[in-house]
Write a protein that binds this ligand. Structure first.
Ligand code: CIR
Length: 260
């Protein structure tokens, strides 16, 4: 399979209200450090050859820098989501005109009022797509997305993956290539995955299961030797970045950008 090359990324500056976002942690965020880490993240995207556009901060939406949850991009089509957390729904409206300017075709989820979906629950692995069913993404939301993706690309093989134990599917697993996933011990999957090999990370490296992979590189948190070894074995060049302040808000690498 020819590996896809990404050219563009969309990010959003963390707002001053960032610490008021939704989180299961109780550790105070250092806003100045978060801003520095976000800058490093952007410069690493640029280092991978991506042209990065960064949207201005949205003070009314403390989680808006987790832009991955607001849209799915596939084959130059954008699908605007309907986030599972009510307080995050306005984030989608806030970026919809930007997405509509960039992408000539856009769709919107949420035809059914029970349909909710966060982008963090959608993992593309070549032509395979895993859509997690979680506390944020309902089965109806997952079915709506499946239907739209099939319309955009009938060659996709789409699987619904109910799970528990972590916030988003991508908090719990990442594909290093079409045959190998890195998996976090906390995720409890309620179905088998169509992937041959899973590498179960040790507890202390569980946050490395959310890994941003593009253009033959993988972002990895510091001090994760097993995850690093797995990346090297998959011919990916690991780039260590500390996103500690975003982890305090239950986020990590993939959530901070949309790429295409
Ligand atoms: C939330 O709970 O919605 C945010 N504080 C974190 C979202 C992280 N997004 C992601 O993993 N895709």
């Amino acid at each position: 399979m020819q590996e896809k090359t990404y050219q563009y990324a969309l990010t959003q500056t963390p707002p001053n209200s960032m610490a008021a976002g939704i989180t299961t942690q109780s550790i105070e965020v250092d806003l100045a450090l978060a801003r520095k880490q976000h800058q490093v993240y952007i410069s690493m995207l640029e280092k991978l050859g991506l042209f990065v556009t960064t949207l201005p901060q949205q003070e009314s939406f403390p989680d808006s820098h987790f832009i991955e949850d607001a849209a799915i991009i596939h084959n130059k089509v954008a699908i605007l989501t309907r986030p599972g957390a009510k307080e995050r729904r306005g984030e989608v409206d806030a970026i919809s005109s930007t997405l509509k300017n960039i992408f000539p075709t856009t769709y919107e989820l949420g035809g059914d009022e029970n349909a909710t979906l966060d982008g963090g629950d959608v993992l593309f692995i070549g032509n395979t797509v895993l859509i997690g069913i979680s506390h944020r993404t309902t089965e109806t939301g997952a079915q709506e997305l499946k239907h739209l993706l099939q319309k955009i690309n009938p060659n996709l093989s789409i699987h619904l993956v109910p799970f528990e134990g972590v916030l988003h599917l991508k908090s719990g697993l990442t594909a290093l290539n079409p045959n190998t996933i890195l998996i976090n011990q906390d995720i409890k999957l309620h179905t088998n995955l169509p992937i041959k090999k899973s590498i179960l990370l040790p507890k202390e490296e569980s946050h490395a299961a959310n890994t941003f992979i593009a253009n033959h590189h993988a972002f990895i948190p510091p001090n994760c030797p097993q995850a690093k070894e797995a990346m090297l074995a998959a011919n990916l060049t690991p780039i260590e970045i500390d996103m500690s302040e975003f982890r305090k808000m239950d986020g990590s690498f993939t959530c901070l950008s949309l790429i295409w």
